[in-house]
Design a protein around this ligand. Structure first.
Ligand code: KG4
Ligand code: ZN
Length: 371
């Protein structure tokens, strides 16, 4: 509908420069420039390299998104940007660019939370989120079960990983197997040729006395590394596909089991899965089967909308506009450890009334970059 908010979203929390444009729940453009190849030889994202790449990619990616969407910048109703969590220097590039565009165009600025954006993006695929929404958020930095009654204002964590995030475990296991970075997609590929029951890897925190909604993947990662090491020191070949499939099975078994349990316990009849690991083919299939058995409706966006992108930021920004949330102040800062409980980031001058206890990363000024 033409009267729905037209919002451009900028995402630079890690190594993808994402610029998306949405109108309400409709995706109009999703332009992504990735610096992943520049990090591959280091085996992980190098923050300074990522920041520099964002700076170089920003203007061309914004221009490409506007062209793809067929809209003029002057038609936008707002500019949304990931204010955190993520790499401080990388976030700063996006926040500075968003301020510059918003200021120059005379548009409201909306600082939004990367994690809430991973949930809100599903509105582009499956329409308005049910309220409340149960979300399993699984990315390279986070693994949580979240209950949200309004994605712009209320996100309540039921549980989270106590050590590694799910995506981090994929990346670390891939490194031990010498499969390169990022590990998730390549493990997903190898696992298709392997036997998920070949090796019985541990399922962390699934005992009767363990926290029902928390996760732990560090023990699993160590178990996989030890198993591989034992094979190598015995001079035996490592069955890469079987290791990948068995490891992936352990991760997805725990994630889906706990997510379905949370839905049952909270009386929620649907489950949303978001974040980069939600692109995993086995996680999607297992969640589908288990949700069906439990009478739960599964909502999971197409893989390209699960990994980091600008459309998810635009989607949450559009929801902010639709719900009349106040725009952020010009002193909006990049907050590398922004808590998941703060979907909307109003700016530093509001943070006393609103804010959380840890220190903000006060990297506010566009002047730092543009002078
Ligand atoms: O959400 P995301 O793109 O960035 C963060 O916010 O962290 O998630 C990135 C993570 C990486 O750890 C990557 O290995 C993982 O998502 N990932 C996958 C797959 N695609 C990306 N993990 C498992 N299977 C996949 N197909
Ligand atoms: Zn992400």
């Amino acid at each position: 509908m033409a009267d729905e908010p037209l919002v451009l979203g900028i995402e630079t929390s890690c190594d993808e420069t994402g610029v998306g444009i949405v109108r309400g729940h409709t995706l109009l453009a999703d332009a992504v420039a990735s610096s992943v190849d520049e990090h591959a030889r280091y085996g992980g994202v190098v923050p300074e390299v990522a920041s520099r790449a964002h700076l170089e990619a920003m203007v061309p990616t914004v221009e490409r998104a506007l062209k793809d969407a067929g809209v003029a910048a002057s038609d936008l109703d707002g500019i949304a940007v990931t204010a955190g969590p993520g790499l401080a220097g990388a976030l700063l590039v996006g926040v500075s660019a968003a301020k510059a565009y918003a200021y120059a165009l005379g548009k409201p600025l909306y600082g939004v939370n990367h994690l809430a954006s991973h949930i809100c993006v599903d509105q582009l695929e499956h329409g308005a989120l049910p309220e409340p929404t149960m979300a399993l958020l699984v990315s390279g930095g986070h693994s949580s079960l979240l209950l949200s009654s309004d994605i712009t204002s209320d996100v309540r964590p039921l549980g989270a990983t106590i050590d590694d995030a799910a995506g981090e475990a994929f990346d670390k296991v891939a490194r031990v197997l010498n499969l390169g970075f990022p590990g998730g997609p390549v493990i997903d590929r190898y696992a298709r040729e392997g036997d998920p029951d070949a090796i019985a890897f541990p399922r962390g925190l699934t005992g009767p006395r363990d926290a029902p909604y928390d996760f732990s993947f560090s023990g699993l990662k160590t178990a996989v590394a030890r198993w591989i090491e034992a094979k190598r020191s015995a001079g035996e070949e490592v069955p890469v596909a079987d290791v990948a499939a068995s490891f992936q099975e352990a991760v997805t078994d725990v994630l889906t089991r706990k997510a379905v349990r949370a839905c049952r316990d909270e009386g929620v009849d649907h489950l949303m899965i978001g974040g980069g690991v939600a692109a995993n083919s086995r996680l999607r299939a297992m969640a589908r089967a288990r949700c069906e058995t439990a009478g739960i409706t599964l909502r999971v966006p197409r893989p390209k909308l699960c990994t980091d992108n600008g459309a998810m930021v635009a989607a949450l920004g559009a929801e902010m506009v639709a719900r009349d949330r106040a725009p952020s102040d010009w002193d909006l800062s990049a907050d590398s450890s922004l808590p998941v409980t703060e979907p909307h980031v109003p700016g530093v001058s509001h943070s006393g009334a609103h804010g959380h206890s840890h220190d903000h990363v006060h990297e506010t000024s566009a002047e730092n970059l543009y002078s």
